[in-house]
Design a protein around this ligand. Structure first.
Ligand SMILES: *Cc1c(COP(=O)(O)O)cnc(C)c1O
Length: 403
């Protein structure tokens, strides 16, 4: 977005991109357009194939003004030409996979990822004749070795759920692009404030906007940002044919949250830094994984690739202490922090992720890949999404349940 030819800052972009005063009423805040259909001036084609960039709004599965406004905001924050919002983060992942891959194609997918994405890649894609290799994306040689002549997509995630391992996006994009493959990155943990993934070469920047972009834990949604051409193809397949579109009400809520994203990310980082330093010094904590700490094994890459270290961290309590018992105590005794899945909200959330269970259900790693996972996670980790409360209150809550 450009105002009088001067590029505008991130905070201004987050607030103003995609919306403006209502031309009819002068309303300063955006309306919600709930209409499913639109009255048109002249006859128009009934297939999505008849749509082009100049088409008016026709039907809300094809395009909706409230959703389009959020899409413009996210594209502006990511610095991409376009964005498609979807019903959920999983719908965004499915949109990328099922648009870019066909029977006979090969995809390289991060060996650790959001569990739903891991299961989609391992269980669903092969049913449609798509070959999948799972690779530790922090190992660039392993990425290069996994490339095949039919590799069409490399899907990564950084920082990766739940172990906070990072991927060097520029390096992975160089490897993939040389082989003619596209790159998608699940940037949910980073948000557009921490990492401008498209500038590093990522073709499809994916978010669960349920998390940081929405930021308030009250609306589920997903997004994919990229070039106008790639996003047009995604819209045709994923929105119009598969139908996983975002509701206008959710788009309105998420856009309201996105307006404060830069300010929230700054506060998430500040509080997570204080909480991670407390945990690092705690006698019960044997390992803490926060990209902003010097002790993170990829701290140098974090400094290079992340303009904000975000509010996500993970910690181990070691094999001497029973993680299950601490998790059970958390569910009963936490006073401020919520023991709950999800992340990126103003409320702090914590969840215990035992390694063995996740290996069975989702990641199924062996050998070197399992070793790397266990290096980060041991027998299990507590995933902490540091919210926007006062750090001293979070520390008191954690100290009490860690005992
Ligand atoms: C939550 C999450 C998803 C899935 O998003 P939903 O909105 O829950 O469908 C995907 N990737 C990451 C990293 C997530 O945290």
């Amino acid at each position: 977005m450009v105002i009088k030819n001067a590029p505008i800052g991130t905070r201004t972009t987050a607030i103003h991109a995609g919306d403006g005063p209502d031309p009819v009423t002068g309303a300063s805040a955006p309306n919600i357009v709930m209409s499913s259909t639109y009255v048109v001036d002249e006859p128009a084609g009934f297939s999505a194939h008849d749509l082009n960039d100049d088409s008016p709004f026709l039907y809300s599965r094809w395009a909706n003004p409230s959703v389009a406004s959020l899409e413009k905001k996210i594209a502006a924050l990511e610095g991409t030409e376009a964005c498609l919002c979807t019903a959920s983060g999983m719908a965004a992942a499915a949109a990328i996979f099922l648009t870019t891959l066909s029977a006979g194609d090969h995809a390289i997918v991060s060996d650790v990822s959001y569990a739903g994405v891991a299961e989609l890649a391992r269980d669903t894609l092969p049913r449609f004749g798509i070959e999948v290799s799972t690779v530790d994306m922090s190992d660039l040689d392993a990425v290069a070795d996994a490339i095949q002549p039919n590799t069409k997509l490399v899907h990564t995630e950084t920082p990766v759920n739940p172990i906070m391992r990072l991927t060097d996006l520029k390096a992975v994009c160089d490897i993939a692009h040389q082989a003619g493959a596209k790159v998608s990155c699940d940037a949910t943990f980073a948000s557009p404030i921490a990492t401008q993934s498209a500038k590093l070469g990522v073709d499809y920047v994916m978010h669960s906007v349920t998390k940081y972009i929405g930021g308030h834990g009250d609306a589920v949604g997903g997004a994919v940002a990229g070039s106008a051409e790639d996003i047009r193809a995604l819209n045709l397949e994923a929105a119009i044919h598969h139908g996983g579109v975002m509701s206008p009400f959710n788009a309105w809520l998420i856009a309201r949250g996105a307006a404060t994203l830069p300010l929230r990310m700054k506060a998430h980082e500040e509080t997570a830094t204080v909480v991670s330093e407390f945990l690092e010094a705690h006698p019960k904590v044997t390992k803490i994984l926060y990209p902003g700490l010097k002790s993170h094994p990829q701290h140098d890459l974090a400094k290079q690739q992340m303009q904000n270290f975000s509010g996500m961290l993970a910690f181990q309590v070691g094999s001497e202490v029973d993680g299950d018992a601490i998790a059970a105590r958390m569910t009963k005794e936490l006073e401020i922090i919520h023991y709950a899945v999800s992340l990126g909200h103003h409320r702090t959330l914590v969840f215990w992720m035992p390694t063995e269970g996740l290996m069975e259900t989702s990641f199924r790693l062996e050998g070197k890949q399992l070793e790397s996972y266990r290096d980060y996670a041991g027998d299990g980790i507590f995933r902490l999404s540091v919210g926007l409360e006062d750090p001293e209150d979070l520390i008191r809550d954690l100290d009490r349940v860690l005992g």
